[in-house]
Design a protein around this ligand. Structure first.
Ligand code: NAP
Length: 249
């Protein structure tokens, strides 16, 4: 049944783009992605993904800052106007601004909390308005293993991702009676622009903690997100699925 409609934040590159493509291949007839900036234009980004897919699934792209409450409302209105509904919401947009706490600025703390956590409030609230009246919805929030185990130099990021997990479990309880599930996927060490910033020494240290012995790919995450949106996961809510090559056991 490839008839669902999805919204994915931060979907123009990295893990978000892989999620857009996986949902578009498996479960969705249309997907709307958001991003704060685009390499070219939103229209060109959407067209490029449509031609990479080549299966007729409609892709829409919308410029929106995930930290903005008003942009989240506008995104959902765009999803309703362009796709006629929203069945799945994937909150993926995220940033890092790493530093030891003694050197971390207030701006860097606030920026990470706003993009990684406040955005989840903005988009979940905007999407639930439609999902509750439809009596159906699947929400997947992209957390991180760092939100489960902490990481020196990432206190802002760890706080945002741990906060996102608590938020997700609370909303899962609030909306379960409306046939809406809310789950988290916690990636480990995934090959994207975000991890390209790490030094060789940091990479080697991280890899020592990955029993499967390789970095994850964006597709490794996208497959699990798609599963949590699919009917195979209808009885799963309030969970955190780690996809990390065994980093956290
Ligand atoms: P990425 O390659 O840096 O992509 C992040 C995406 O989020 C980009 O498309 C970016 O847009 C978008 N974004 C940033 N700020 C935004 C804002 N204010 N509003 C809307 N979109 C915004 O990162 P990634 O590795 O794919 O990460 C995706 C998610 O996975 C994040 O939540 C991250 O925390 C999580 N994660 C990643 C890893 C990893 O190892 N890579 C591990 C654990 C968790 P621009 O292109 O405009 O900058």
């Amino acid at each position: 049944m490839k008839n669902k409609k999805a919204v994915v934040t931060g979907g123009s590159r990295g893990i978000g783009k892989a999620i857009v493509k996986e949902l578009a291949l498996r479960n969705c007839s249309s997907v709307l992605l958001t991003d704060i900036s685009f390499a070219s234009t939103p229209e060109e980004c959407a067209k490029e993904i449509e031609s990479e897919l080549g299966n007729g699934t409609k892709i829409f792209a919308f410029k929106a800052d995930a930290t903005s409450f008003n942009d989240a409302q506008a995104t959902m209105q765009e999803a309703i106007d362009k796709m006629g509904g929203v069945d799945f919401l994937v909150n993926n947009a995220g940033i890092t601004k790493d530093n030891l706490l003694i050197r971390m600025t207030e701006n860097d703390f606030d920026a990470v909390i706003n993009v990684n956590l406040k955005s989840i409030f903005n988009y979940t609230k905007a999407a639930l308005k439609f999902m509750v009246s439809a009596r159906y919805g699947r929400i997947v929030n992209i957390a991180s293993v760092v939100g489960l185990m902490g990481n020196a130099g990432q206190s802002n990021y760890a706080a945002s991702k741990a906060g996102l997990i608590g938020f997700s479990k609370s909303i899962a309880r609030e909306v379960a009676s409306r046939n809406i599930t809310v789950n988290c996927v916690a990636p480990g060490f995934i090959e994207t622009d975000m991890t390209k910033k790490l030094s060789e020494i940091q990479r080697e240290a991280l890899m020592k903690n990955v029993p499967l012995g390789r970095m994850g790919s964006p597709e490794d995450i996208a497959k699990v997100v798609n599963f949590l949106c699919s009917e195979d996961a209808d009885y799963i809510t309030g969970q955190v699925i780690t996809v990390d090559g065994g980093m956290v056991m």
